[in-house]
Write a protein that binds this ligand. Structure first.
Ligand code: FAD
Length: 481
């Protein structure tokens, strides 16, 4: 089934414990009204005739959300991108920003794990996916651990305590008990389900940290500590205080050798989602820069046009790399999963994250010093000061002062520390993408390409049978010697 927006709103009233800015939140839909409305929009779109064909599909006579389908082709992955971009286009969504990536990443990883170890987790996953298709939950990925001392493994006695990574505290006849914390879990408060998985590899000595499972947000022992000042709960800290998870929701319980696979399998799907929504955001950044240039009367200046061209390219290259990652997937023969091309996905994420500060430099340059010194909107509302602001902060006369102030406020927001950190660290810090790209690069082929150019002997199969001279040469009769 596909939830109605009303059913989605009611589903958030499940007894979950959420704290923000020192307050225990009484009612989630009331406290986060605007964000809940935006998230509910995803369910609304899935019922509208025009967008239903993108968001919904039929399976065994039942209507289900397409997002819960196993990705089997590049076109499936691309359709997920179109869903994400449609949500961004409408400025809607949030209930399942990261969760589908964790569902697919974990489903792929536990199938590989079962084949190697003879376990049965993928059956749990199949049933869980079927439950998702039937109940249409919001779902999110709870991956990042607090980590403590980064140099040390989770179980190292030199760590200040042993709960820096979520761990499996106890196995019982009916399920497992987990304890620990996950950090920065985007839009988790707007979701229904948390897919918990490891953020890194663990050794045999740390096998209790190799745990993956699905936990409903209202489960006893789960507590959310929302991001300060956020309007939607932000990227909360989630505490797992001895949380019981029944076996049918467990996808790994101690198989430490597969811990890294769970993390990387998720990251491949997730970095594509990131590059997908970011491409739309970057279109907005390029548009804002152009608007600021018009408001400031700068569009004639070739130096400013150079900045604008770069910003448009920044958005286009991010989108092109993400599209290539979707449509040139890796097909996992063992599991039948289509996985976004790991090199293009990581390149897309690295490109947008590493260039964010460059983009802000251009945007701030075009905007001018007012982005650091603008009076408050409260002074704009105060009749004693409004007239001065109205008069002196006006730019080109086609635009009102108020619109120019809104645009400047957006430049200030985008250039903030929080947005810069988000670009760099969300979906994994820069070094993780470089690491994957380094590991995946076909160095033998790249070296062979260089050797061929240099005229050195090449034994690489892609080059070794190619002639060293052009296969066709002008006959002597064509030469005017
Ligand atoms: C806005 C936002 C949203 C997010 N959303 C989610 C989410 O929805 N779900 C989720 O699970 N996570 C989420 N994250 C978490 C994100 O994936 C992490 O922030 C990221 O992986 C970096 O981890 P960290 O913050 O602990 O920083 P660190 O890992 O401490 O990184 C800081 C620096 O230390 C380096 N470093 C770390 N360990 C080592 C080491 N052993 N050796 C050498 N160098 C090292 C890193 O490369 C980096 O340069 C989000 C983060 C942000 C900022």
């Amino acid at each position: 089934m596909i939830k109605t927006p009303e059913q989605y709103v009611e589903s958030l009233r499940d007894g979950r414990i959420v704290y923000q800015d020192g307050e225990l939140i009484k009612d989630i839909p009331t406290r986060y009204e605007a964000s809940v409305n935006r998230a509910a929009g995803e369910f609304w779109l899935a019922h509208q005739p025009d967008t239903k064909k993108l968001f919904a599909m039929e399976e065994d006579g039942e209507e289900i959300a397409f997002s819960f389908k196993i990705p089997e082709t590049g076109e499936d992955i691309q359709r997920r991108r179109e869903i994400t971009q449609t949500l961004n286009h409408w400025n809607l969504g949030g209930a399942r920003l990261t969760g589908i990536d964790s569902l697919n990443g974990v489903a792929h990883a536990c199938t590989v794990l079962d084949k190697a170890m003879g376990t049965n987790y993928s059956e749990n996953m199949k049933k869980y996916r079927a439950w998702c298709k039937k109940n249409d939950p919001g779902i999110c990925a709870a991956v990042s651990d607090p980590k403590g001392n980064r140099k040390l493994h989770a179980e190292d006695p030199k760590q200040a305590h042993k709960d820096f990574y979520v761990r499996l505290k106890e196995k019982t006849k009916d399920g497992i008990i987990i304890t620990g914390c996950k950090l920065h879990i985007s839009d988790a408060i707007l979701s229904n389900e948390l897919i918990v998985l490891p953020s890194r590899n663990h050794n045999e000595g740390g096998k209790e940290y190799a745990v993956a499972c699905a936990v409903s947000c209202g489960t006893p022992g789960v507590k959310f500590l929302a991001t300060t000042g956020s309007r939607n709960g932000g990227h909360p800290m989630i505490i797992f205080d001895d949380v019981f998870v029944p076996w049918e929701r467990v996808f790994m319980a101690g198989e430490w050798q597969f811990s890294r696979l769970f993390a990387t399998s998720f990251a491949r799907y997730h970095r594509l989602t990131a590059s997908t929504y970011k491409a739309i955001q970057l279109q907005g950044v390029a548009g804002l820069a152009r608007l600021m240039a018009e408001m400031n009367g700068l569009t004639h200046a070739t130096r400013i046009q150079d900045h604008l061209a770069w910003l448009a390219m920044y958005a286009d290259v991010t989108d092109a790399l993400a599209k290539a990652a979707a449509l040139s997937p890796v097909y996992d023969q063992g599991t039948g999963f289509a996985i976004p091309n790991p090199v293009y996905t990581n390149a897309a994420k690295y490109w947008f994250a590493s260039q964010w500060h460059e983009a802000m430099k251009y945007l701030q340059d075009i905007t001018g010093g007012i982005a650091a010194t603008m009076p408050s909107m409260k002074d704009w509302e105060n009749p004693e000061t409004k007239g001065y602001i109205e008069k002196y902060l006006r730019g080109a006369s086609e635009y009102s002062t108020e619109d120019r102030m809104k645009a400047i406020a957006q430049v200030i927001n985008l250039g903030s520390c929080a947005q810069g950190v988000l670009s760099i660290h969300a979906e994994g810090s820069l070094s993780t993408q470089r690491m994957v790209i380094y590991q995946m690069a076909d160095w033998d082929r790249l070296k062979a390409r260089a050797k061929r150019t240099l005229g050195m002997p090449v034994d690489h199969p892609a080059f070794k049978d190619l002639p060293t001279e052009p296969p066709w040469a002008m006959p002597a009769s064509m030469l005017k010697k």
